[in-house]
Design a protein around this ligand. Sequence first.
Ligand code: CA
Ligand code: CA
Length: 236
Amino acid sequence: MKVLYIILVSVVFLFAQSPVGDVASGCALQFDGIDDYIEVADDPSLSPNQISIECWIKINNYPSVYRKILAKGVNDWSSYISYLLSFGPSSLPILYIGITTNSGGYSCCYDYVGVPYTTLDLNEWYHVCGTFDGTTLRLYLNGIEVASKTHKSPGNIYYANRPLRIGWAYASEYFDGQIDEVRIWNRALTPEEIRANMCRRLRGNEPGLVGYWRFDECTGSIAFDATPNANHGTLY
Ligand SMILES: [Ca+2]
Ligand SMILES: [Ca+2]
C-alpha cells in the first residue's frame, strides 16, 4: 500500500510546528508505522566515505519498537548496515545516528550517538541531522548539536551494496509519522551550513549533495531525487 502525501502550507506555521521557509510549501510523506516505506536502489553515489543525513520528521508516539527514519544496509542488520537515523525502543529510548565503519561489520565497527527521543515533542516538526566525518558522530536537532561521540572504530563507512530505505529497515521497524526533505551529503556539514539550509529548498546540484528527496510530487508512487544522480525512490 502506498505512502500518503500530505500537503504542507507554509504561510501560518510557526517554527517547530512545520518545516519552515520554502521547504514547507510543498508536500511531506505520511508513514503509517505498519508497512509504508520508500526504497532507493543501491548506487555508488549513496555510499560516501563520510556523510550527513538530514530531514524533517514529525512523530505521533514514543515507540516501543525501533522506528527507522532512514537506513542503508537492510534485511540483515549484522551483515549489512552502513548508516541510519533511527529511534530506539523503550529499553533504549533514543533518537540516534548509527554508522558502521571499515569492513569488520556490525560487531566490530558499528557505533552510534543520540539523545532521549522524549527530547522531541509529539506531533511537532523537527529538523534532524546526523553527521560523520570519519572520526566523530554528531546529532543535530533544529540546527543545534545535541550529541557527539568519537566513533569506536574511526574510518570510512562500510558498504555491502544494499538498498537505501526511508521509513523502514527491516522486520517491524516502520516509521510512524511524517518525513520530509530528505538529504544525503558526502561530507559532514558544519552547524552553520545546517542552519543556513535547513529551511531552504535547495537546487539539487549543491557540491557534496548526493541524494535529495523533497516529496513534493504530492501524488504517485515515485519519490524523485532532485540531484543529478537521479536515485529515485519507490513508495510502498
Ligand atoms: Ca516536501
Ligand atoms: Ca500502509
